[in-house]
Ligand binder design. Structure first.
Ligand SMILES: [Zn+2]
Length: 271
């Protein structure tokens, strides 16, 4: 599943090139998770002013309205000046004067949704429950610690829930907790300010590093992919059950939390 760093790398891969492009045609394929919300012809002659991101949504700001793109479980975007004919799993083409933005999505949990503004539905509804942006300025240690107040669930699950901070997926939650030396099962509201500060810093570092590495992995930005393999190469605990911890050589443990796999070092993450 494309995680926040992949989505951000995807954004970086085409944002500059599509800026100021005029839309020539919008060509939906098979139905995606949600309907487009306007007639495809309505997008013609609109100009793409900017590409931003909120959580795992890419926001194409047009001169009239916003196009929200979500990669779902298996989506990826490409931006190509001369694309081939759409394949079986290509379900949306946005043809512009600068190239074609194409959504490839075998499982079709992705979405392309038009909204008149971010303050109005459907955008308002889709973005309403998102927590702070982990790489944004509002996500500071005090706000993070305050967000954990009253949350009795294990810290790993509170991170995954996304309503305190968005985009900390399963891999990144395990890695950040390891880096901060915090046991994934500890109750979120039991974290002291000092430990919350460490976790805050770890979350930012883990995600920023993944964006950096993803960006350098995409040799040329003509096509972005959501392949998560690029982002897992340096995992310290994730996917390493039974293997020695890189810091203390204790075997990494695997447990289940809310149907998800959690990896941690029982020695480095004692409490
Ligand atoms: Zn260890």
């Amino acid at each position: 599943m494309p995680e926040l760093p992949e989505v951000e790398v995807t954004r970086l891969s085409f944002a500059d090139r599509i800026r100021d492009a005029r839309i020539l045609a919008a060509r939906p394929g098979l139905p995606l998770r949600w309907p487009l919300g306007c007639a495809p012809e309505q997008l013609e002659d609109r100009t793409v002013q900017d590409v931003r991101r909120r959580g795992k949504y890419l926001l194409l700001h047009l001169d009239q309205g916003v196009l929200l793109l979500h990669l779902g479980m298996s989506g990826s975007l490409s931006f190509d000046a001369a694309p081939a004919a759409p394949g079986r799993h290509d379900h949306f083409d946005l043809v512009t004067t600068h190239g074609t933005l194409r959504l490839h999505d075998p499982r079709r949990f992705g979405a392309v949704v038009w909204s008149a503004s971010l303050q109005l539905d459907p955008a308002r509804k889709l973005l309403a429950s998102l927590g702070m942006e982990p790489l944004g300025e509002r996500f500071d240690p005090a706000a993070f610690h305050a967000g954990l107040r009253g949350r009795r669930a294990p810290i790993k699950q509170v991170l995954l829930a996304g309503d305190v901070v968005v985009g900390v997926g399963n891999i990144y939650a395990s890695e950040a907790l390891f880096q901060a030396g915090i046991r994934p099962t500890v109750r979120a509201d039991r974290l002291s300010r000092a430990r919350a500060d460490r976790l805050h810093a770890a979350v930012r570092q883990v995600l920023a590093r993944a964006v950096e590495r993803g960006g350098s992995t995409l040799r040329d930005f003509s096509s972005a992919t959501g392949e998560s393999g690029h982002f897992q190469l340096e995992a310290a605990v994730y996917g390493r059950a039974g293997q020695p911890c890189l810091q203390c050589a204790t075997p990494v443990r695997l447990i289940r939390q809310g149907q998800r796999s959690t990896y941690f070092c029982p020695r480095c993450q004692r409490a």
